[in-house]
Ligand binder design. Structure first.
Ligand SMILES: C[S@@+](CC[C@H](N)C(=O)[O-])C[C@H]1O[C@@H](n2cnc3c(N)ncnc32)[C@H](O)[C@@H]1O
Length: 191
């Protein structure tokens, strides 16, 4: 059963954001200046759309390409927003995203549906993160930044090592807005 609305869920509603997860991105942005000078942003696992909303509000001249298997809950005619309803694992999507790029910032809050089997859920999340890292490698600008969610379960160290091959700096950070019982964290890469 879902927890009752907390401080972040109430604040998201009050500020017109589609999800409380916006405050995870806001905190990461305040700490690491992710959206500074970002003109093109790729948002993977974007539904319902609060991260895209945040970027479009804080960087009104930036364009956002948002991808999810589920529909976003943002109007189709939202200025500067392109929505692709597709699966991150599809190679044809990657070619399309290269065409829309390059991006100053690649964001991924994508998460697999959870089964309750922590080992399985973490492995699926790590596979998603690996795909995102590969996509970021292909589509980021020379000074680009990456944020990718991963469920903690042992793979994050391996993923960070993998990122360090292509990013000047890579680290993990768990924002305060992550729910207390959640085992997610975010990996950040700076080119
Ligand atoms: C936690 S939600 C993202 C919330 C979003 N950042 C926001 O603030 O509104 C995770 C999303 O990842 C998406 N997702 C999971 N696996 C995916 C895949 N293989 N391809 C595309 N989207 C995927 C889910 O459909 C879900 O909407």
């Amino acid at each position: 059963m879902r927890e009752k609305p907390d401080h972040y869920a109430i604040a998201a509603k009050q500020q017109g954001y589609l999800a409380r997860s916006v405050f995870k991105l806001e905190e990461l942005d305040h700490r690491f200046h992710l959206t500074t000078d970002a003109r093109a942003v790729l948002d993977l696992g974007a539904a319902p759309g609060s991260w895209a909303q945040y970027v479009l509000r804080t960087r009104p001249s930036a364009r956002v390409v948002a991808v999810d298997v589920a529909p976003l809950r943002l109007p189709e005619d939202t200025p500067n927003l392109t929505v692709l309803m597709d699966d991150i694992f599809k190679p044809e999507l990657h070619e399309q995203l290269v065409g829309y790029g390059p991006y100053d910032l690649v964001l991924s809050d994508a998460a697999p549906p959870t089964t309750g089997n922590r080992g399985l859920d973490s492995a699926r999340s790590a596979a998603l993160a690996e795909m995102v890292i590969e996509l970021a490698r292909r589509t980021l600008t020379a000074n680009g930044r990456l944020v990718v969610k991963v469920f903690q379960g042992g793979e994050e160290r391996h993923l960070l090592q993998h990122m360090r091959k292509d990013f000047r700096r890579a680290r993990a950070c768990k924002p305060r807005a992550c729910r207390k019982d959640s085992f997610e964290t975010y990996l950040l890469g700076f080119r």
